[in-house]
Design a binder for this molecule. Structure first.
Ligand code: CLR
Length: 264
């Protein structure tokens, strides 16, 4: 029945209505993005809220810190890939995404999936003690010490903290995530025009719900966040290149195939 719901609204299917002009179409577009977000977000906000007391003990933190650089990278790459997989699932259900060529879908995911993971991280973040839900408990930045990329970890934690300060609703996070993904500025797009049409409809969707929530001023802040995401992801790529040079074997044979496919 899920498939039917997605086909019920598709602005690209109807040649006379490329954009969701009517309010009803707009509501349907938003509803299907929100549904897709909900179904691929792994944990509901209330569930995460209830898990907040679960913190890693001193000993457990030590265990992470005593891991070798490549062991910890491999571990995090697996966790990240798992999260990316859910983002890929989310993308597939954004109205219009599946109408793009295979190449363009991959080009969008290559740069966008990690950015969406970072947007989603704010849902898994506790600003009271600056911890993130990782491996079943809440972890502070020190847990990631053995990755040897403290500057990236600091920047990622700071981003999550600032993202939380915006206090976005689940609907807003869903539409913002879709907008982060459907981005005509990505390199190597074949049919930029088609991507642009999908982008426009998602943009209208986000404007629509911000208007409905009486929070139009958020739009400007969200565009700022998109710029920050870009720099975080280029930092991630830089670290990955550094790591692959030093530990070519781990990077080559122990990283998940999807992680390599998207980021290497
Ligand atoms: C993001 C939201 C997802 C669930 C999820 C899974 C893995 C987490 C990720 C979240 C946030 C960022 C995270 C990651 C595992 C490792 C990574 C904590 C919560 C940190 C920042 C380390 C990155 C290391 C790379 C340089 C390899 O739905």
């Amino acid at each position: 029945h899920d498939m039917m719901a997605i086909h019920a609204y598709n602005p690209l299917e109807d040649p006379y209505s490329l954009y969701p002009h009517s309010l009803r179409n707009m509501d349907e577009l938003c509803a299907s993005i929100v549904r897709s977000h909900r179904e691929t977000s792994q944990y509901r906000v209330e569930e995460l809220q209830a898990l907040r007391w679960k913190l890693f003990s001193r000993e457990e933190i030590q265990t992470y810190q005593n891991k070798s650089v490549d062991e910890m990278w491999q571990h995090c790459a697996i966790r990240l890939t798992d999260a990316v997989q859910y983002v890929v699932e989310f993308a597939k259900h954004i109205p219009g995404f599946r109408m793009l060529s295979q190449n363009d879908q991959i080009a969008l995911l290559k740069t966008g999936s990690m950015e969406v993971v970072l947007v989603r991280m704010s849902r898994f973040f506790n600003t009271e003690n600056n911890t993130v839900f990782f491996d079943g408990k809440f972890a502070g930045a020190e847990v990631f010490k053995s990755l040897a990329c403290g500057d990236l970890i600091t920047a990622v934690f700071e981003f999550a903290h600032n993202m939380c300060a915006l206090k976005l609703t689940e609907h807003q996070i869903a539409l913002f995530s879709a907008l982060v993904l459907i981005n005509t500025d990505r390199p190597c797009l074949e049919d930029r025009g088609r991507v642009q049409r999908v982008q426009k409809s998602v943009e209208l969707g986000l404007t629509h719900i911000l208007h409905r929530d009486n929070q139009e001023s958020l739009m400007h802040k969200l565009y700022q966040k998109m710029a920050e995401l870009r720099s975080l992801c280029s930092m991630h790529m830089e670290k990955l290149r550094w790591f692959s040079q030093r530990y070519p074997l781990t990077a080559h044979s122990l990283f998940p195939p999807l992680y390599k496919e998207l980021f290497a």
